[in-house]
Ligand binder design. Structure first.
Ligand code: PRT
Ligand code: ZN
Length: 283
């Protein structure tokens, strides 16, 4: 049995639980207390504030956790980053009032910068030889310049909309973040095995994202042409049809390449093209 910490509510909560569900680990809505046991896998889910997840994992209160890389880097607890999960993407950036003339990070010398991420910012300033005043504030960092509390900010940016609304301009992207799976460094062998079982499921889910299963009929003498059009990862499956001279071709294809490939396949005589959702890819 392992315990995984996920964000109780907030931006990462839904996708963390969705990922677990896709991996076959479901937690009934009604059972969402602080700690919930999944029915079908040796795991229990501990719901925490995201800020507390790195510490909980480093102390072994939870064995693993799903949290933003930004929190892991800021808190500096000793945990292992097992896997990047590909959601919750954002960046930690420096932003200045839009009217400022900004040419290089040297602009920050002697300035006051408001942030909830003082450690990451301190490290960045040190690496760039900048001496600035860092003001740690817990929330609403983006309003600090307009109320005179700071000259600039260092905060999470995703679409950039919040910066624009507050008359700010992103000038340095310091850290690219996404949700990551972290683990305690002293897991028992038994727990490690459960974690690798979980990773196997996560990877199968990830592989199938953005992929479709496509099948079509075409004259057997065009199969070679079709293989040239289709992605090279693995050769497609080809089955003979009852109708003489015709074959059925099955292939896994990237969704964003789908329409181009379909046009090309039709041009060489493919018919009855079916595109199906691909749920899992187990290799
Ligand atoms: O209650 P708890 O402490 O658990 O949650 P929280 O309020 O501290 O965190 P939450 O739920 O806001 O974010 C959790 C994690 O989501 C963060 O640690 C990041 O890893 C990730 N993430 C991804 C984001 C964003 N995108 C994001 N856009 N976290 C915050 N934001 C904020 C940003 O600060 C800005 O103020 O959203 C605002 C809008 O961003 P724009 O650029 O799209 O306008
Ligand atoms: Zn938080």
């Amino acid at each position: 049995m392992i315990r995984i910490a996920v964000q109780a509510k907030g931006r990462l909560n839904e996708e963390s639980l969705a990922l677990l569900a896709e991996a076959g680990i479901s937690i009934e809505e009604s059972k969402r207390k602080l700690l919930a046991r999944a029915g079908d896998f040796p795991i229990e889910v501990l719901y925490l504030r995201d800020d507390d997840i790195p510490q909980a994992v480093s102390m072994g209160v939870a064995d693993i956790g799903i949290v933003g890389l930004n929190e892991v880097e800021e808190k500096q607890f000793d945990v292992e980053i097992v896997h990047r999960l590909g959601f919750g993407n954002c960046r930690l950036s420096l932003a200045v009032p839009k009217a400022e003339e900004y040419t290089s990070p040297a602009w920050f010398n002697g300035k006051r910068v408001a942030t909830s991420y003082p450690r990451i910012l301190t490290r960045y300033f040190e690496q760039n030889g900048i001496t600035a005043e860092i003001h740690e504030i817990a929330g609403s960092v983006e309003i600090a310049p307009s109320v005179g509390m700071a000259d600039a900010i260092f905060d999470i940016v995703s679409s950039g909309g919040t910066l624009v609304t507050n008359g700010l301009r992103e000038v340095e992207k310091v850290l690219f973040s996404e949700a990551v799976l972290i683990a305690n460094k002293q897991l028992t062998e038994e727990k490690r095995q459960v974690v690798s079982q979980l990773m196997f499921r996560f990877e199968s889910v990830e592989r199938s994202r953005g992929m479709k299963y496509m099948l079509m009929n075409l004259p057997c003498d065009r199969v070679d042409d079709a293989v040239k059009i289709l992605p090279g990862m693995k050769s497609p499956t080809i089955l003979p049809l009852a109708q003489e001279g015709w074959c059925s071709l099955h292939v896994v294809i990237k969704e964003n390449e789908l329409w181009d490939k379909i046009e090309a396949l039709k041009a060489i005589g493919a018919e009855d093209i079916l595109v199906l959702a691909l749920e899992k890819m187990i290799l």
